[in-house]
Design a protein around this ligand. Structure first.
Ligand code: BES
Ligand code: ZN
Length: 628
């Protein structure tokens, strides 16, 4: 009887775990047929904006009867072959299902007895959501075209037919043919040596989730930064990029000291053209980065700390589904701040944490409760919708709460153990919680009682006991901002000569809070615009070459109707495609009829230069339709 009960409980638990681990953003059936490896072979056809070639999948057959089901989006499937021994291939059949707006279409391939290889001949479509094909005019050099991929979250399926779920890890090899004067790079080991001849081979022997497969092709050059670090960029950007990124090797070493060895061999950074829709993307061995991080003074390198941190949190230990995204981004944001602290000191890390907390609170004010939950339910939604500050900043605060409660030494040891224990696995939130309980909480119930784990993970908002980062430097900046806003001093009297980018950002945000509040000292919008004008005369924000400062200033310029900044706003939106910048700017413009008209006029010109992922976002903001 007892045994029966036990059996029932175990079965139930197993069921709950499988149901929870189910990835509703993939059609694939890895529990029956699991892809283990893929061999890729492509021609990169710039004139047709098409990748054309084949993907050969090696599968493990857990069920002997079920077909292989893959994810695709806008792929043209020419034919399919299967093989038992990997040498002799025979023609196979396939069925491409109906297209879903978010998920794409399932590709079902029946498998003959004992077949373990499936070769798919296919091509991508020119509008593939995971590819951006740039005309020469959109590059720094203006001479050659450029291609780059962005697979996270579920865009790999738009350029490779595979089981596009982060719960499925695969190794890969690739053979890529490009125009002979261009260089191809991938998130993998380069097997072709330095020769630039249009024929390149790669392999990734560590099993990774599909969203980390990446390719870029362009007029790229390489510069070494350290024994295992380096940077790729277009020739005219390379020197600037190498100077900006010169602390990269130090960052790798600092991270290893706390969290254990860097397990991916090299760590290189690819600086992309400005239409890259993200700040950075942690493709293994080769972080993809926006050129807008090149401020000239290393002030925006937290982005590199972040992408590097993913080499542990995300690439080594991966979210099993997009519901568990906070395991990637929350841990990474926490590690990012620890790396900054190790390399640049505690005050710098605390400034970044304070800026992060402010953004989080602002975002929480506008979010639905259901979207404030770390273990978010994304059923029926695009996983890219889950990329708010919640997984990043709330996730990082949760870990900081654990660190502050249990002490740094114990928490560091715990995290290092966690990365080792789950290395090269994809895990769910439940698996993390079970590990946390066993390896930290249960060892000290008195301390554990101080951390409301369930509230952190399953409730909206922030627990009352959430940590509060503090920055004395920021307190001084606030004081100066208030002195000026209260007309006690002129802008020129602010002792800002040594302020860092983070202090300037905090200054601007403090000013905006006062200008934007209903009881603001300058009551009318005209007065607000005058305040903006005084600041601009003293500090030249409209001309700032720092993308974060320029973004903050332009956002304020729209809010306070500071028209002299509008030409710069237009230029910014026409040359930069980073979603984090352009989406809030279009949103702010869209709040008034005149602003909306301005936004549409800019977007009409900018849209053809934006990445498909950015286009999808901005189309929604501006309710863009084909007639516009
Ligand atoms: N992995 C993310 C980028 C991402 C998230 C792409 C979700 C697609 C879907 C990357 O690590 C990231 O978080 N980038 C940030 C920069 C970072 C410094 C916060 C970005 O791009 O803004
Ligand atoms: Zn990240």
């Amino acid at each position: 009887m007892i045994y029966r009960l036990l059996f029932a409980v175990v079965t139930l638990v197993a069921l709950v775990i499988t149901v929870n681990a189910q990835d509703y953003h993939s059609y694939a059936n890895p529990a029956a047929v699991r892809v283990r490896h893929v061999d890729l072979d492509w021609n990169v056809l710039f004139d047709q904006k098409t990748l054309k070639g084949s993907a050969t999948l090696t599968v493990e057959r857990i069920s002997q009867t079920e077909p292989l089901i893959l994810d695709t989006r806008d792929l043209k499937i020419d034919r399919v072959e299967t093989s038992v021994d990997g040498m002799h291939y025979v023609a196979g059949t396939f069925k491409l299902g109906d297209n879903d707006k978010i998920l794409g279409a399932p590709l079902t391939i029946p498998l003959p007895a004992k077949a373990t290889r499936v070769r798919i001949f296919y091509s991508s479509s020119p509008g593939a959501s995971g590819l951006q094909w740039l005309d020469p005019a959109q590059t720094a050099g203006k001479k050659d075209p450029f291609l780059f991929t962005q697979s996270e979250a579920i865009h790999a399926r738009s350029w490779i037919p595979l089981q596009d779920s982060p719960g499925v890890r695969i190794t890969y090899a690739a053979h890529v043919r490009t125009p002979p004067n261009l260089l191809a790079v991938m998130s993998a080991e380069n097997l072709s040596g330095p020769a630039r001849n249009g024929d390149y081979r790669f392999r990734m022997q560590q099993a990774i989730p599909s969203y980390l497969i990446a390719l870029a092709v362009g007029d790229l050059q390489f510069k070494s930064l350290g024994p295992r670090t380096g940077v790729y960029a277009e020739p005219s950007t390379l020197a600037l990029a190498a100077r900006e990124l010169s602390d990269t090797e130090k960052m790798v070493t600092a991270t290893e000291r706390v969290y254990g060895p860097y397990r991916w061999g090299r760590y290189d950074i690819l600086v992309l053209p400005p239409s890259f829709p993200y700040g950075g993307m942690e493709n293994p061995r080769l972080t993809f980065a926006t050129p807008t991080m090149l401020a000239g003074d290393k002030s925006l390198v937290s982005l590199i700390a972040h992408e590097l941190a993913h080499s542990w949190s995300g690439n080594l230990v991966t979210n099993a589904t997009w519901r568990d995204f906070w395991l990637n981004e929350g841990f990474t944001t926490y590690l990012e701040r620890r790396i900054l602290e190790a390399v640049y000191g505690r005050p710098r890390a605390e400034m970044e944490a304070t800026l992060g907390l402010r953004d989080l609170k602002e975002e929480i004010a506008g979010l639905d409760d259901r979207d404030e939950i770390l273990h978010i339910d994304l059923k029926g939604r695009d996983p890219d919708d889950g990329s708010t500050d919640i997984p990043y900043e709330k996730g990082a605060l949760f870990l900081r709460h654990l660190e502050e409660t249990f002490g740094r030494a114990r928490f560091d040891q715990f995290l290092k153990g966690y990365f080792n224990h789950f290395a090269f696995q994809s895990i769910t939130t439940d698996q993390f919680v079970a590990y946390l309980k066993q390896n930290l909480l249960d060892k000290d119930p008195t301390l554990a009682a101080k951390v409301p784990v369930d509230e952190w993970i399953n409730h909206p908002g922030l627990p009352a006991s959430a940590p509060k980062p503090s920055s004395p430097a920021f307190a001084r900046v606030e004081e100066q901002a208030h002195l000026w806003l209260g007309s006690k001093i002129r802008p020129e009297q602010i002792p800002s000569a040594k302020w860092t980018t983070q202090e300037w950002l905090h200054f601007l945000q403090t000013v905006q809070t006062v200008l934007g509040s209903p009881t603001a000292v300058p009551e009318s919008s005209e007065a607000a615009a005058q305040s903006m004008s005084a600041l601009d005369r003293a500090f030249h924000f409209t001309r700032s070459g720092n993308s974060e400062i320029a973004f903050q200033w332009l956002l304020m310029s729209i809010r306070n109707r500071y028209e002299p900044a509008y030409p710069r706003l237009e230029e910014f939106l026409l040359t930069i495609g980073r979603r984090k910048f352009i989406k809030p700017l279009y949103e702010e413009l869209a709040k008034t009829p005149a602003g909306k008209a301005r936004a549409l006029s800019i977007y009409r010109r900018a849209r053809p230069t934006y990445h498909p992922i950015a286009v999808a976002s901005i189309d929604e903001v501006l309710k863009w339709s084909a007639g516009n």
